[in-house]
Design a protein around this ligand. Sequence first.
Ligand SMILES: [Zn+2]
Length: 386
Amino acid sequence: MRLLEFYKRQITVARIFGIPVRFDYRWFVVFFLSVWLIAMNLARGGMWVGIVQLPPFSVAAAWILAVITTVGLFLSVLGHELSHALMGRAEGIEIEEIVLHPFGGLARLRNEPESPRAEFRIAIAGPTASFLFAAISFVVMLPTVRSGYLTAGGVLLLLGAGNLLLAVFNLFPGYPLDGGRVLRALLWRRTGDIKEATRLAGICGMLISAILIIFGVYMAIAPTFKAYFMGFWSVLVGLFLFDAAYSVVKHVRGRLRNVVSEAMTAPFSIEPDLLISKLIDSVLPLHRQVAFPVALNSQLHGMLSLEDLKTLPRERWHLTRARDVMRPIAPRFFVEPNATLDYAQELMKRNGIGSVAVVGKSGELIGFLQTGRFKRTKRRRAKAPA
Ligand SMILES: [Zn+2]
């Protein structure tokens, strides 16, 4: 279990237009697999580029070309996600991060799109970019091959095909694929009911995943194909998608939207001047929270984590005030009420205090979310009839 956690830990590799780009360690496995597969095929020779066939490459050349191609494919996925992110920003949504995982990528938005139009534009931006990359690769490939640069032509062919696949696959009309988001936007606009639109798009996503899994098993065992790797990969992607689609369908029942305002509790805050001794004697017994928003006249000043008090000697409790030990206000300690629950959960996991304050447009404290309580709220809501 701990090993799995290690592989899932994310590292920030770059910051583009101020957006952090992260991936986890599993991604390196996929990177290596891709390089290996391409290198094996190039060393064997026989790939068709247009009407000419590539000769076998030396092992060193095959590996170098495979690395170049894989980096190119990786940049293609990044370009796809960046298009979603920049379109989201153009629609007024803040972008939390871009995560590259073994099955592609994800541009994580801070809030849900406000309208079907915004949802549609953000969803379609990714595949549009991929189609564009594919077209550029193919257009540049033709004169390259004609001038005799077969190797460069081969790399461009793989990049073109990779991007075309990325665009087409993502347009399958099942949530959470881009095509599923397009479908959700269309249904949402027609009926005005985002909940039902999400549920239907999610069910389509589950159907598509099931098809992928069946297709994968068939590819692997049918005597005509024996495409083990492709079959295995298709099953993996299918399972991954099914899991995501199923959780969307399951959660949509109890809630209108996955937003913070529906799961938060009323805020209980302490004043910056409150003595720690007072907090421990008279506040803690009544309010079982892992952290307390520190606020004055409803304006959030910081967060006080009980974890931080552990290092404070008992004899200093009556000399220390909340302001002295609180963590000063920072973006990782608060969310807006219309932020997604996913985002809030991520934040609570990472910010070191297991909770977040909910803050309105003008900075006033309006709610509080804490990991344990949040889960209970979620479960209770999931049980409630729709
Ligand atoms: Zn996409």
